[in-house]
Design a protein around this ligand. Structure first.
Ligand SMILES: NC(=O)c1ccc[n+]([C@@H]2O[C@H](COP(=O)([O-])OP(=O)(O)OC[C@H]3O[C@@H](n4cnc5c(N)ncnc54)[C@H](O)[C@@H]3O)[C@@H](O)[C@H]2O)c1
Length: 258
């Protein structure tokens, strides 16, 4: 196992990509603290309609320990407590996966200022918060890792005035934090998913999902496990000399664009 007895926090870990990440980390031996506003998995219009188990139950079934911590990533105090509770339960922290994210569609005219603040608050500010509170503990780990979930939309226009710019900033935040903590042996990398089958896609039409699939050179949408396996790589010793990168895991979606 590549992550035997390491301790990870996965934000937005109850559903979609975060759930897939938590399960893949557990299958490689990690204990997982799952931070989310809800414990039940989201059931989408197109994907994950029939999920019955919680992520914690899946981590337990893999023979690892799980902890659910109800956390709103927009709440400074809650994020600080998430780290405290994880340390008190497991005694250490090795990996954080900053995954929680939301998407509210709209352009500069239709998106309200409050919704812009909400999207940037969860998708960018939330990552800064967990990083801030986790770094002192990651510095003590022999293999401290920060993995930020950005998006292919970080690299092009047309993704809306809040979500895509927040994801572009996540790529830069990844590089900034990588420089800050490298001397302590902590690595910081971003993963940029393409279109992944999760409930976040509820805002898309069936035609838009079909179009996304047709634009993906490897002819399928991604699965949470595709992102989970990339997280295992970054968390493992195999990636100990890789930091400050942004890895597309997108079936080739970006290849014709950038
Ligand atoms: N699915 C895709 O196609 C896709 C593509 C690129 C990037 N992403 C990114 O991947 C990440 C996960 O997305 P997903 O597709 O799994 O979404 P999802 O909606 O399926 O799951 C997101 C999870 O985050 C939780 N969450 C939402 N707001 C939160 C908050 N304030 N605090 C804590 N938890 C919160 C939700 O309850 C849910 O469990 C996001 O950052 C998203 O932007 C997804």
């Amino acid at each position: 196992m590549k992550l035997e007895d390491r301790v990870a926090i996965v934000t937005g870990g109850s559903s979609g990509i975060g759930r897939g990440v938590a399960i893949e980390l557990a299958q490689e031996g990690a204990h997982v603290s799952i931070a989310d506003v809800q414990e039940e998995p989201k059931r989408g219009k197109y994907h994950d309609q029939d999920l019955v188990t919680t992520t914690g139950a899946e981590v337990d079934a893999a023979g690892r320990r799980s902890l659910f911590v109800r956390t709103d990533m927009g709440d400074n105090g809650a994020v600080s407590k998430l780290v405290e509770q994880t340390i008190s339960e497991f005694g250490r922290l090795d990996v954080i996966v900053n995954n929680a994210g939301i998407h509210i569609p709209g352009d500069s005219q239709s998106l309200s200022v409050a919704d812009w603040d909400r999207v940037v608050g969860v998708n960018l500010r939330g990552l800064f918060l967990l990083t801030k509170f986790a770094v002192p503990h990651l510095r003590r780990s022999p293999a401290g890792r920060i993995i930020n979930i950005a998006s292919v939309h970080a690299f092009h226009g047309g993704g809306g005035p809040a979500y895509a710019p927040a994801k572009a900033a996540v790529v830069n935040l990844t590089r900034d934090t990588a420089v800050e903590v490298a001397a302590d042996g902590v690595t910081v990398n971003a993963i940029c998913p393409g279109y992944i089958e999760t409930p976040i896609q509820d805002y898309l039409t069936e035609e838009e999902i079909k179009a996304a699939m047709e634009k993906t050179p490897l002819p399928r949408l991604g699965l949470p496990s595709d992102i989970g396996r990339a997280c295992v790589f970054f968390a493992s010793d195999d990636a100990e000399w890789i930091t400050g990168t942004a890895l597309p895991v997108d079936g080739g979606w970006l290849a014709p664009i950038v």
